[in-house]
Design a protein around this ligand. Structure first.
Ligand SMILES: [Zn+2]
Length: 331
C-alpha cells in the first residue's frame, strides 16, 4: 500500500504547491502591471491635483489603509491621519517614472496652472560657465519649475508641466546635466525653430485652456537668461499690458520675493521689477493670463549662486508658490 500511495501523494503535493506558487506569481505580476499601467496613464495625463474620480478613489483607499496602520501603531495620531485621509489626493510629476505628490491641503483646489520652463529639447537656452562646467539655462529653469509644480500640487492645484522631461525629476545636484529629450505636453518633440517652439507651447496651453473653460487658469513661464548681465536687477516679472489679472499675479509673486529676501537675507537689497512686456510671444499668445519670470541670468557669476544649490532652487519655487497662493486666495 505504502508503495503505491507515496508517489501519488508526492505528486499531488507537488501539484498543489505548483498551483499556489504560480497563482501568487501571476497575481503579483498582474498587480504590478496594473500599477505600471496606472502610473503611465497618470504621467501622460499631465500633472493633476485632484485627478479623475477613479484615481481619487484609489488614493482615498490608500490613505485609509495608512490611517488604519497608523492607528494600530499609535493611538494618538489617529485624529490627524483621519483628517489627512479626507483631503489627500495623489498625482505624479513627469520624469523618473513620476514622483508621487500627495496634496496636504486643498487651498488651491480649482486652480489650474500651466508651467513652462524656458527652452528645452534641442534648445538649451543660455549657457553659463562655472569653472569647467557648463550651466544650461533650460535645465535650471526646469528644476525650479518642477519644484514649483510639486509645491502647487501639495495645495491641491491642477498643474500641467507643459515642458516635460521623461527622465528628469527633481534633481538635487549642483551641476545639472544638459540633455535634449524634453517634450511639449503631452509628448510632442520640440522643434529647434524658436517661433515653432513657442507656438507649440502656447497651442498646448490654449487647447487645455478651452478644456478648463470657466476655471481660474494661469500660466507661469520661468527663464534664467534675463537681460541684466551688467545690471543690478534681480528678478523680472513680465505680464501683458492689457491683463489686469496677469499683472496682479506678477505683483503678488514679486511681493513674496521681497518678503522672502527680507527673511533669508535681511541685509541684502532685493531689486525686482514688475513690468508689461506684451511683445513676448507666450505673453501675447497664451489664452491663460501669463507671468513671465526671469529669475536671473545663468551667465552672471553673481546670479549663479542662486541656482547652483538645490536649496536655493527650492526657495525660489516656494516663493513663487507663496505669491501664487496669495493671488488665488484674494481673487
Ligand atoms: Zn530663456
Amino acid at each position: 500500500m505504502k508503495h503505491t500511495t507515496k508517489p501519488v501523494k508526492r505528486l499531488s503535493n507537488f501539484a498543489v504547491n505548483y498551483f499556489f506558487v504560480s497563482f501568487f506569481i501571476l497575481a503579483f505580476l498582474g498587480q504590478s502591471l496594473y500599477q505600471r499601467a496606472q502610473a503611465g496613464e497618470a504621467d501622460s495625463q499631465a500633472v493633476r491635483g485632484p485627478g479623475k474620480k477613479r484615481r481619487a478613489e484609489a488614493t482615498r483607499k490608500r490613505a485609509k489603509a495608512k490611517t488604519v496602520t497608523r492607528r494600530l501603531v499609535k493611538g494618538k495620531t489617529m485624529k490627524r491621519s483621519v483628517k489627512t485621509a479626507a483631503i489627500a489626493s495623489v498625482a505624479t510629476l513627469p520624469g523618473l517614472g513620476g514622483t508621487r505628490v500627495a496634496a496636504k491641503s486643498q487651498r488651491l483646489k480649482g486652480a489650474v496652472y500651466y508651467l513652462a520652463s524656458g527652452h528645452g529639447g534641442p534648445d538649451p537656452g543660455a549657457i553659463g560657465h562655472y569653472g569647467k562646467a557648463l550651466l544650461p539655462e533650460d535645465e535650471y529653469a526646469y528644476d525650479v519649475t518642477i519644484r514649483l509644480a510639486r509645491a502647487l500640487m501639495e495645495y491641491g492645484a491642477t498643474v500641467y508641466m507643459i515642458i516635460r522631461d521623461p527622465n528628469d525629476g527633481i534633481r538635487n545636484e549642483k551641476l545639472l546635466k544638459l540633455d535634449h529629450d524634453e517634450v511639449t505636453y503631452p509628448n510632442q518633440p520640440i522643434p529647434l525653430n524658436q517661433l515653432a517652439r513657442l507656438r507649440q507651447c502656447t497651442d498646448a496651453i490654449n487647447r487645455l485652456h478651452r478644456k478648463h473653460k470657466g476655471a481660474y487658469q494661469r500660466m507661469i513661464t520661468i527663464h534664467v537668461d534675463s537681460r541684466s548681465a551688467g545690471q543690478n536687477i534681480d528678478v523680472f516679472f513680465y505680464h501683458h499690458q492689457n491683463s489686469a489679472v496677469g499683472k496682479r499675479l506678477a505683483q503678488s509673486i514679486h511681493r513674496s520675493f521681497t518678503a522672502g529676501y527680507k527673511r533669508s537675507q535681511p541685509g541684502r537689497n532685493y531689486l525686482g521689477t514688475v513690468s508689461d512686456r506684451s511683445a513676448l510671444y507666450v505673453v501675447r499668445n497664451s489664452q491663460a493670463p501669463t507671468v513671465f519670470i526671469e529669475l536671473g541670468n545663468i551667465r552672471n557669476e553673481k546670479d549663479q549662486r542662486r541656482f547652483l544649490l538645490a536649496d536655493n532652487r527650492q526657495a525660489l519655487a516656494n516663493w513663487i508658490c507663496e505669491g501664487v497662493r496669495a493671488d488665488y486666495s484674494s481673487r
